[in-house]
Design a protein around this ligand. Sequence first.
Ligand SMILES: C[S@@+](CC[C@H](N)C(=O)[O-])C[C@H]1O[C@@H](n2cnc3c(N)ncnc32)[C@H](O)[C@@H]1O
Length: 283
Amino acid sequence: MASGSRILNNVTQEETAERETRNTPGMTDVSKTLFLPLFFRAQETLEGGIVNDPASVAIVRSLGYDNLNFRLDREMQLIISLRTMVLDRITGNYIRDMRAQGKQPVIINLSAGLDTREQRFPDAVWYHVDLESPVALRKQYIRDSHATVIAGSAFDDNWIRQVREREDVLVIVEGVLMYFSEEMVKKLFCLLAAHFKHFWVTFDALAKRYTRLRIHQSIDVSKAGFKWGIGSAHDIEEWDTGYEAMSDYGYYQEYLDHYDRIAGRYRLIRFDATHKVYVVRHS
Ligand SMILES: C[S@@+](CC[C@H](N)C(=O)[O-])C[C@H]1O[C@@H](n2cnc3c(N)ncnc32)[C@H](O)[C@@H]1O
């Protein structure tokens, strides 16, 4: 790692652990994983890598959070950076398409954690949904937001009552479905289908066989554990016939496209078949 690229200097592992405990009262193991993508986007930004997300750097600095286990997990940093790029592109395309049709883009960020995509794409109506304790953290640390922030489980329909728009919305579910059972994931997709019309869902998922492996240092530390994996986006079509698989994006092509910038810092990893971003449309 390049010298001077640490997010915080002179912070010990003990201090980081103490700050994590202070920042996570009442949080579930899955909720504590919100620090992972935040941390990796910040670290990648400081290294001048493939993500440019100064908002995440600022949040990590104000949290005083610099986790050694995260810092050493270079593979996860790459995966999250590539996932960020792919989802940013999908978000940008959606906003452009809506504007071209004279419509207001509306983005529902389910399980938002401390995600900063709104700061990169402010030209949309945003909703962030997460459990109570992460929402409190979000309100405390992300001030430059015009979004509606809703405390509640993504898997219950309470949050939907607070969303005014019910058509043509983009639902983003990033970095979370793998922590839930297939029954819960199906429940979420059916819930969306019951309440929204003509909408898109974009989410990242692991290949089924991959959920049994425990190979990510940073995930192991979080104790959250992987549960759900996908065969293909056609799995979703079987849960509700209104869904249509639109596209899936492996990260390998992204890796090759940015090879000059990242190859020196990461070894070539063949994760293309195991981690993907999907887009499904409901009409
Ligand atoms: C790995 S984090 C991802 C955060 C964010 N999407 C990102 O990519 O930066 C997983 C998030 O899922 C949230 N979560 C866990 N259970 C949830 C539930 N039942 N409803 C809504 N969000 C939940 C956690 O609180 C946490 O913020």
